[in-house]
Design a protein. Sequence first.
Length: 444
Amino acid sequence: MKMTTTLYSAFLASSLFAQAYDTVFTGGSGANYNWNDPANWSNGVPSESSKILIESQGLSSNNLAISGVAVVDEVVWNVTGEMVHKKGLAAGGTLKANSITIDGGNYWNQFYSYNATFDATNENGTGTMTLKTQSNSLYFKASYIKADILNCEQGAYIEVDYGGSNTNPIIDAGTLNLAKYSLLTATGSSGNSYIRLGGITGQGEITVKDGDGTAAGYIELTNSQSRVFDGKISLSNPNWGGSTNKSVHLTMNGSAGAVQHLSNSENELTSVTVNSGELSMVAKNAGAVSLAGGILSVYDANGTITDNVLNADSMSWSGGTVKLAVGIDFNSQVALSGALSKGENADGLAIELEFVDGVAEEFAALLETQESIVRELITYESSDFGANDASVSVIGPDGFSYELLFGENALSVSITQVPEPATLAAIFGAAALALAISRRRKIR
């Protein structure tokens, strides 16, 4: 009876395994580790509709060699065993699937695939690549990643090396979901790296590679939908002894109406450029800010704006809108340690003020007893804008009028109340009566 039960359990496990995967990479040839060799698979070379499993033990100390592009439906790649440096794809190969999962299991692993590509994209925009680990850390190194959705789960780290370009970034993802305690390095140890994302979510960290080599990371955001990232962007990575000579440059090229929220006040970047879409952020230091189009807003995704400040070194303003939230006793701000400068061919500059709930009523009551309410919006060390520079307009909620003033160290707004129609009629009536009396006196 015991033998029968054991045999049944083994059969059941085998059946479930067979149902889960169409074929498994075993490295059975023992002579090569080529994708196209049937001897390396449990059930022949995969087809485009196959669901496959790759066990890193089957690769031993070798990379999986793909000539050109290999296409399947789903891939699970188990990074098993205790070896630190696990092999991945051989250089030049591309593994394409609707779903790709790299699972680090219970081991601390570094997964290498230099100059190879994982492609989880499809025409529906639903291709998904997931990096995960069960109880330790998985370091995914150097591969090119293309994905409609890129999930980096807790304990998983994406470490890019230098590579890519503006047109062919080393990471190109529709949405990056960085879970808490996950990490993406935006630079290699040396050389420049290029990353393009259609949005970022989660609570993880975007940082730089350790070491003292010079390296820059260029992140382009192309949001077509609004996304919220509560995690941190930093210029220092203490994980492996710290980092120096690294820079991170963020550019927003989003669609109209799409907002990328960066809501962590500890954010640090080398530069931020907004060309289109809306980038809403607070920061410890955003570096050199350039606003050429779109919207740069300062308020977090939950509407809480108390003490929300975008700190930066400087700001060049040639187009677009600065959007700030106004509360009863406070407002969000841009605080520059250096200059606010008018960019070349500056045109269409605007300040947009958004009142928090209840503020309009409070302001209306205050303005019954005082002439105006003045708020500082952008502070700076110096500015080349004129005192009442006509190149900048200001808009806000109805019922109030707004006047901007570029002072020595701050751009401020003076808010006054627009009189009610009845009050306006009385004012105009009194003015007309005074004019008529004046004319009569002149006739006499």
